[in-house]
Design a protein around this ligand. Structure first.
Ligand SMILES: [Zn+2]
Length: 218
């Protein structure tokens, strides 16, 4: 396993950590367009809070590698930015998912730009092309088109919606991944679709509104 002692830059160590912690959900009835892997939010929180492999948010933000310097500026300049505002809290909180995604696409040095224009992944807010307008028109970012495509494709592996009970029909785009396992047995045919039961594969994405988790014996 790579770790910070091997001499790899912090952004690459974090990149490998995310790859190692990606999960492949069991899928039987999924639409074919959905992504095949996701990184559980608790693993992303752990990356920024538990110092796995010796990494800290600060060491990531101040990664001295060539790519991070090109995208984020000189380390001294970034060091001043890191201590500004509520940056460490923001990186561990509302910007954690987009930061992890930028690490995954090997462009974490761009996180300051994403914070500047408040581009983040939260709740069920997925990004689209218009979210990149400010970056395109106001900033000079190397290969922005590539970043945009990778972020738009990769976001479903990082932002997974928490499922809540709903009294009405909820439309979920085919690209979204849901960590559930559908019951192969068809429960019925509704006006709009087939009806199936499901189990949660990952309790992190199960709303408490569904009631307490039943033990396997209960
Ligand atoms: Zn780096």
């Amino acid at each position: 396993m790579t770790d910070i002692m091997d001499g790899d830059p912090p952004c690459m160590v974090a990149h490998d950590y995310l790859e190692q912690n990606a999960v492949q959900p069991i899928r039987e009835c999924y639409p074919s367009g959905s992504v095949s892997l996701y990184v559980p939010a608790r693993k992303i929180r752990a990356l920024f809070e538990d110092k796995p492999l010796g990494l800290t948010v600060e060491s990531l933000f101040l990664c001295p590698c060539r790519r991070c310097t090109r995208d984020g500026g000189l380390v001294e300049k970034r060091s001043d930015c890191f201590n500004e505002r509520r940056r460490p809290q923001e990186l561990k909180g509302e910007y954690a998912l987009i930061y992890a995604l930028l690490i995954h696409v090997l462009r974490p040095g761009l996180i300051q730009m994403f914070q500047k224009y408040e581009i983040k992944l939260e709740g069920t807010k997925y990004l689209s092309d218009v979210d990149f307008d400010n970056l395109r028109h106001r900033e000079k970012i190397v290969d922005l088109g590539v970043v945009q495509r990778k972020v738009l494709d990769g976001q479903y592996s990082f932002l997974v919606r928490t499922l809540r009970p709903a009294s009405d029909i909820v439309f979920i785009p085919a690209k979204e991944l849901l960590p559930i396992k559908e019951d192969a047995e068809l429960k019925g045919e509704g006006t709009f679709a087939e009806v199936r039961c499901f189990e949660f594969q990952d309790e992190d994405y199960r709303s408490r509104d569904f009631g307490p988790v039943r033990s396997p014996t209960g």
